[in-house]
Design a protein around this ligand. Sequence first.
Ligand code: HEM
Length: 351
Amino acid sequence: MWLTNSSIGRKLIMSITGACLILFLTFHVLMNAVAIVWPTAYNTICQLLGANWYALVASMGLAALFVLHIVYAFILTLQNRKARGNDRYNVTTLPPHVEWSSNNMLVLGIVVVAFLVVHMIQFWAKMQLVEALSHDPATWAVVDGAAANPAMGTLFIHAAFSEVWTPIVYIIGFVALWFHMNHGFWSMFQTAGWNNDTWLPRLKKVACWWTTIVVGLFTIQAVWFTYQAKSGEYINNPELQQQYYEAWDGAMKHMQEEMNTEVNALIAQGLDEAAIQEKVAPKIEAISGVYLKALQVYCKDLPQVKQMLEQIKMQEQMQQMQQQAPMGGGEEIVADSAAVAVDSTNVQSKK
Ligand code: HEM
């Protein structure tokens, strides 16, 4: 096929995939800007996209673009080296107008991919991937010692930018991205044949401006997110705490539905109450433990959470007192803290 067999066809694939990636980055930087001006709206967008089928299809399309772009970059580089033979080692033969980035596109691309691997581990693997695989909060990534709802992007920004090395790695990635994107931007027009003396200088200017704005905004965002993460804004902001609480509420409702389905299936299998209790109780206890911990970390300043935690603390104290000096007949007062947590979710759901 002409598109994959000829040199110009392969360059065209590089250009088209590159153009789509530039559009993605432009969208991405604007989306990150929402996290700066309106963090709760950013989380709502994350919730809407999440692991819904349309977001998964878009992510797969994006991954395909990256893979095509990278594979063809290697093919074209090998092809160029073969054509040039040993000349590539003779740096002094390069024409003076050939830019530094033009000769280092592969290396720059590799640095960008290395950044991307770190970035995907920090965000995508803990957000969309986790959400797509399971609804169970026990499988969620841990941020500041508690399970983080995969739809709450600000928690993952907090986790990533609390690390000292994150802004350093990101800024190295951004420098490589600037050179790579700037060169790739105008050379894709050149590939498409738009390379006359009037248009090429203009396109180079547009490429430089576009790249500088996008990469510059990414850099400002990395600095801002580092500042916010260090100051604990994404954990202490009351509006965000309320949003985390509501997101947990939704997740617990979902878990309750799944648990009901499981119980019904066990009843259908003919298991008696004690056997069902034995199977389900450890799961409820585990989920309640994860839930309570999350409330203590992400929602600690909300009045309803303070009240709930206070109630649990009192019950635990009573339990301890009973164990130390049994009074007799008081067992019914002592509720298991796990059960209280689940009950509290029920109360919240009914509101
Ligand atoms: C300050 C800089 C950046 C921040 C704070 C940031 C943050 C995020 C967040 C929160 C996600 C969402 C993950 C999800 O919902 O699954 C994401 C996804 C992603 N980011 Fe970034 N990002 C930044 C820069 C970049 C750059 C420079 C690139 C590319 C060179 C990039 C490429 C991606 C890709 C490919 C995804 C996956 C998109 C998908 O799920 O389809 N990001 N990023």
